[in-house]
Write a protein that binds this ligand. Sequence first.
Ligand SMILES: *[C@@H]1O[C@H](CO)[C@@H](O)[C@H](O)[C@H]1NC(C)=O
Ligand SMILES: *[C@@H]1O[C@H](CO)[C@@H](O)[C@H](O)[C@H]1NC(C)=O
Ligand SMILES: *[C@@H]1O[C@H](CO)[C@@H](O)[C@H](O)[C@H]1NC(C)=O
Ligand SMILES: *[C@@H]1O[C@H](CO)[C@@H](O)[C@H](O)[C@H]1NC(C)=O
Ligand SMILES: *[C@@H]1O[C@H](CO)[C@@H](O)[C@H](O)[C@H]1NC(C)=O
Length: 542
Amino acid sequence: MKLVLLLLLLLSPCLLCRRADALLTRGDTNSTGNYFGSLNVSVDADLSAVIRSVDRRFLSVTIDASLASEEKFVELLRSPKIRTLAKALSPAFLRFGGTRQDFMVFTPQRYHQDSGVTADQSCDRVELPLWLEDKLKKEWTQQQLVLMREDQEKKYKRVKFTENTVDLLNSFTNCSGMDLIFGLNALLRTAENSWNSSNARSLLQYCESRRYRMSWELGNEPNSYEKKAGIRVDGDQLGRDFKHLRDLMSESKIYHDAGLYGPDVGQPRDHRADILKGFLQTGAEAIDACTWHHYYVSGRDASLDDFLDPDVLDTLTLKTKEVLKKVKLVSPGKKVWLGETSSAFGGGAAGLSDTFIAGFMWLDKLGLGARLGLDVVMRQVFIGSGFYHLVDDNLDPLPDYWLSVLYKRLVGPDVLKIAAFCDFGCSKRVRLYLHCTNTKSYRSGAVTLISMNLSKKLARISVPALVSSNTVDAFVLQSDQPGEAGLNSRSVKLNGQVLKMVDDKTLPDLKGSRLPPAEHLQLPAYSLAFFVLADAQAAACR
Ligand SMILES: *[C@@H]1O[C@H](CO)[C@@H](O)[C@H](O)[C@H]1NC(C)=O
Ligand SMILES: *[C@@H]1O[C@H](CO)[C@@H](O)[C@H](O)[C@H]1NC(C)=O
Ligand SMILES: *[C@@H]1O[C@H](CO)[C@@H](O)[C@H](O)[C@H]1NC(C)=O
Ligand SMILES: *[C@@H]1O[C@H](CO)[C@@H](O)[C@H](O)[C@H]1NC(C)=O
Ligand SMILES: *[C@@H]1O[C@H](CO)[C@@H](O)[C@H](O)[C@H]1NC(C)=O
């Protein structure tokens, strides 16, 4: 049996970053027999300094504007189950946007205005009756076919929305502790091809009258406006449009210091890179963070192998560095966000983006993104559109949902340095990231090792004597079914237990498994894991 031995060395601050080779020969090399032909990986970690701190809402989510393609579907956000699931992901941003945001027009229905001072924010009073939830779920399945056809033909209908959509989004985010980002329509344009802000103005006025705390975006993937709407908007102009919106916001009592994010451009490539550059030159001052979108592969032809391919995962590095460099050049210090991101574009890949295997791309994106310097990563989507959702069309949580909740609980915003070494082109298939642990869950000084096994070989993380007295809590996620077949499962096990909601308002305990001292940290095949080293006493994390 082939074996990967992975040695984790956590050095005290005075012994920074020394190679852990010496430790390769120690430890109980015993339990599975021999090391013959095994791949030995050693690890360096530096617990003395934080290399980077990300936003406390680093892991954030989106709801695609297609959910509002018919306003009734937004009612799904009143489901107690959805709200329970959302709460467990807070603090987070909820971005409402996507292709259809640029076809949405605010069309107020005055009749229910002035019903009170502010909208009813009493969170328990908004519950969606079960019969209505069931009806909407069924209709949503049909609606998705309509949406898919629109996407294929690139012909988008203008969508009218009323106060109701805005009210529901606000009540949903407010009650679940998330921060709403609303994407405005940038394709409302004047004869001179500048942004016509009159519709946005009336929406802002309404939101202000309700005292909604929210932030804003303008336009989605402007690089493909020509394809979607036959309108070309260059970067310079878009930047001026953002300045216009910022001016509008400064006139508002509530939104004068609210967040504004953009330009939500697709992955830099050809003319998209020019759009970003032009945008930054005229618009950088108007925004609080620069957003771009990232997908690894196309949903149409993505394969199972893509999802486990370390080279595919590594493409994020190149693209991120490119964007960070561009932003730094024009606007040093400006935060950079993945404003919309998932595994596969075009709605995701059926049977892949919504199953256990999607977790490798998702967790690696979170690990790598934080390490590279992205400040927020917004997962497309929380619920709704396509196959890349965290919560399926029956409103049941998928494996990536559970992964996200664990990440929230265990991973703090401070990133630490960790590097793996080995003799034969270190296995890119063992991927490790290290953060200070979320201090809401563990006392300060604890560290969380994020790790993944993309390979077919067993990996063992051998904890050296230095930290072997540590309390180690393991949170190992695996498919509920063994072997490769399990990769496409829509259920996930945490430490051997299948995860599911206890009832519509209760999540299960997500308990770690306390490892006895000096035990190996096991990383089974195709597993995702968080190891919390509770007594690491990392100087950087205190
Ligand atoms: C260690 O190896 C010996 C001999 O191969 C075996 O008898 C023993 O059970 C092993 N110990 C563990 C903990 O696996
Ligand atoms: C891994 O380490 C063991 C024990 O030191 C050694 O026997 C084995 O040959 C190593 N494997 C490789 C691929 O270097
Ligand atoms: C929800 O709204 C209330 C009233 O406007 C506000 O005080 C509270 O901070 C909001 N909570 C969140 C999480 O946005
Ligand atoms: C902007 O749009 C509004 C509403 O459609 C329209 O009444 C107005 O004339 C437009 N303004 C410009 C400058 O195009
Ligand atoms: C990944 O898991 C598979 C299945 O157990 C296992 O065979 C393989 O050794 C593991 N690889 C790593 C690098 O952990």
